[in-house]
Ligand binder design. Structure first.
Ligand SMILES: [Fe+2]
Length: 184
């Protein structure tokens, strides 16, 4: 069974695949669609990390609070970039440089998690609870917001209080956007 780290690493690989598709894309339309997928993937990934994974980092590692705080700060920068991209089209002047910044930020964040935080979490938490956490991460993916919300709470208590209606609105907006991407 995949553990929490497997689930998060798999998300990272999917985002990297989208980045390389973006870099190879032939035109602005294609780039725009890929970025919509990037926004969705990264928003959901960030939400599940903040909701379930970073709280475990805080309680499981001696310097967990510092590590989680740094990760949440990096998430905020990523959410701001996603939010900017969310409001632009791939034909806008600022789009390409903002996307480059996002890719650099995400690649740095992924490297830190995979080289430092994730191996240490695997050492600190037994296989079974880590698999249970992986299950929970997969399960909440269906219910978390799918758009970036840089002003929203980053801790689990705040998220549980505010996220469900936001997630619902995001999903309606996603449905409309994907219809537009496909048919307009
Ligand atoms: Fe991550």
């Amino acid at each position: 069974m995949p553990d929490a780290v497997d689930v998060l690493v798999q998300d990272h690989r999917e985002v990297e695949e989208l980045f390389s598709r973006y870099e190879r894309a032939a035109n602005a339309d294609e780039r725009g669609k890929i970025v919509h997928a990037v926004i969705h993937e990264l928003a959901v990934h960030g939400e599940i990390e903040e909701l379930l994974f970073y709280p475990r980092v805080r309680t499981s590692l001696p310097d967990g609070d510092a590590l989680a705080d740094e990760a949440v700060d990096e998430h905020l920068e990523i959410k701001k970039a996603l939010n900017d991209l969310d409001k632009m089209t791939a034909r806008d002047d600022g789009f390409e440089p903002r996307m480059r910044e996002l890719m650099a930020e995400v690649r740095h964040h992924v490297e830190e998690e995979e080289n430092d935080m994730f191996p240490r979490i695997r050492d600190a938490i037994d296989r079974e609870p880590l698999e249970q956490l992986g299950n929970s991460l997969q399960a909440v993916k269906k219910f978390v917001p799918t758009r970036p919300h840089p002003g929203a709470p980053t801790g689990p208590a705040g998220k549980l209080a505010t996220a469900p209606p936001v997630a619902l609105v995001d999903r309606v907006r996603d449905t409309v956007r994907s219809w537009r991407d496909d048919y307009m």
